[in-house]
Design a protein around this ligand. Sequence first.
Ligand code: C5P
Length: 291
Amino acid sequence: MPIRAIVEAPAKVNLALDITGIAENGYHLLDMLMQAIGLSERVEVSKSMGYSLRLPKSRVKANEKNTATKAAAAFFRETGLLAGADIVVHKATPTRAGLGGGSADAAAVLVALNELYGARLSLTELCEIGLTVGSDVPFALVGGTARVEGVGEIITPLKTLPPCFFAIGMPQSGVSTPAAFELYDQTGGAVHPDVAAGAAAINAGNLAALYPHMQNALEETSGGETAAAMRRILHAAGAATAVMTGSGAAVFGVFTAESGAQTAAKQLEQNGFTAYVTRPVAHGARVVQLD
Ligand code: C5P
């Protein structure tokens, strides 16, 4: 029996994000196109009778609010197993970015514990547990390319995105997700992407037909001048389109050649932003090593 699992958990970008209503619990009903990306968290989970969490070289706090802690608690609550875990999260993604790093960590912990403790939970069952931790955790488990609706629980897989590259820009300060939704509630927004048309373009393998539908309903309120500045840099560097991801603050541009994405990343860095170049990946959180 293995005692340690290493999981690679991809971050994500929102190719499109629309807000379609408000759920009974005050959450926002969303309609999104989500894409897993090569930028991924690496999470080591070891069997233990206790619980510990470390995040080497990261300023993210290892407390009870951490998504990895919440995921472990939810797993043991749901399975009734009397056991624990020692978790080490090697963070690759910035926080408060809209890139789903925290959700990826939670997904990684669920996948690892399911494997280590032989719980044999199905992907659907893991998604149900994941949803109690965060809205984006089910997608982080499923990965690839998908339309995601409701509050993150309705996932329709789409065809793999045609090959392309993303240049991602991140400002020095990020955006809080609850604050982003509160601001939207106060002011509303005029941006509502045609997500169905975007999904159809993806399933037709037509990247160019997707571009006009790559919009984010939260960008007007949360993105502000900083997102607009990153978008201008990305467009000037030749991006086919550029849009904010999730509730921000990261903005990404789409390029058909890696060299274009690299040039854009350099431009972003010269303007004081942190930049990443990555590409779509066709999977979610997965075990890459068992010891
Ligand atoms: O689920 P997650 O941890 O990402 O949500 C963080 C916060 O963002 C929620 O507590 C809620 O205030 C807001 N939110 C929302 N509607 C969603 C997702 C999140 O209002 N669909």
